[in-house]
Design a protein around this ligand. Sequence first.
Ligand code: TMP
Length: 211
Amino acid sequence: MKDDEALKKLRGPLFILFEGIDGSGKTTQADMLAGLLDSMSVPVARLAEPTRGVWGAEIRKMLSGNAAPDPWEQVRLFILDRREDVAMNVIPALGRGDVIVMDRYYYSNAAYQGAGGIDPGEIMEINRKEGFPEPDRIYFIDIDPVLAMNRIASRNNGGTTEIFEKGDFLSAVRKNYLSILGKNSVVIDGSGAPEKVFASVVSDIRNAFIQ
Ligand code: TMP
């Protein structure tokens, strides 16, 4: 059986997270996975942080502003958003037995706000103390920050970028990610075509979660 087909046997509750720097293509991967599972009638919850809730709106305003606020203020806002997301979306989805396909979570908090000058390990600890559920698998879609910036520039067509979309900053974010990823994380080369990247994701899910 092909890897893609085998995924119809996937059963929740299962929590799969995609992480990566801006421009890594992780949102495309999350969409592809959620779309594939959905087409196979596997119950799936496609989630993302920042959310579309009140705190998410506050965060989007911050991201499109001119300057980043104090990194601890950023940590606070993202955690407020995450508390709501976990209570309203993550826990109910796990309770229903869904496969959660999530785009960013507290690993983003550690990597990005860590690049703002806070110890990433400390941010991980704060989030874990909140009791947020731990993902079963984390796919870190890894690309060179230079390639990421090129993708962001062509996507925006010369328009405005968000406060974190800067080459040096994204290099620091990438280093932080690589320092915090644990045993449930898989680093996937994100430099190729989306279909090629997706084949690596699907193959790992099959090996890890389907007998
Ligand atoms: P997005 O572009 O994937 O929607 O994410 C928006 C930005 O939010 C992205 O630059 C990363 C940033 N972010 C943090 O800095 N900390 C966090 O905890 C999360 C969830 C996102």
